[in-house]
Design a protein around this ligand. Sequence first.
Ligand code: NCD
Length: 308
Amino acid sequence: MRAKDLLTLEGASRADLREVLDLARDYASGTLDRPLLGKTVCLSFFEASTRTAVSFELAARRAGADVISLSEKGSSIQKGEGLVDTIVTLDSLGADAIVLRHPAAGAARIAALHTDAAVINAGDGRGQHPTQALLDLHALSGRFGGFEELEGRKVAVVGDVLHSRVARSIIPAFQAAGMQLAIVAPSTLLPLEAGAWGLPVLPSVDDAIDWGADVLYALRLQKERMTGGSPRVPSVGEYARYYGVARRHLEDGAVVMHPGPVNRGVEVAGDVVLDPSSLIADQVGSGVAVRSAVLALATGVARSRVAA
Ligand code: NCD
């Protein structure tokens, strides 16, 4: 059976999302009978990662796969070996799934052209980060009492949308789950394509609360991608005043999310990160079951019922 890549959530249907979440729920409740036994999963990270790399590794191991981890340091990537040659090498070694993180948008799509293994996009530059959006939906479903309960909830996506692959995956995924979205960002941190999304753009987190946000989804200020030219925010302090989630924003019961790593006191106030209203730890915790489910569907060991 041809492997089923997971490159993007643009165009994903409600049924696509449900399928992964239902399987993840089964796996999280313990019915994970080593479905990936005999399969080889290669983790290929050309860019830094803690949560994504560790949870993919746990997800693959718990599901019984043989796991090969390749990071820039210590592999031939350090000697300048490029993406395609790395992918072809992993393919020749018998990979069934290749989990790829890369600084260039579009890298996962290129990789998929050069292998029969399932390519799972674990973050490509400013492109997509589909498994992040899936684990976010898993954490949200847990908080609100099920996937069906997400319908009509209001989510404000706050901060550095310009550089965020997470934003580009959660926006279509949350909409497919029936949620309403707004963006809270200065125009200097909005991409050109934001106009085509047709979403309201609000000037501060205070305004998002007035709009009725049930969820404040804060994005990291990605300083490493702000290369050259003039700064995109006047100062970090000024940014935090309008776009930082503070304790006062929790008064009406809003839930706080962030994909991590958090710049404490910038995107989210230090005392809010581990507050009961914060879903940040649940997001990380959802990663293992969701990624096991993604690997099982991608390699075909869990039969997809959704038409391709
Ligand atoms: C995100 C990423 O790397 O895209 N983090 C993650 O995967 N948990 C977000 C970020 O780095 O800001």
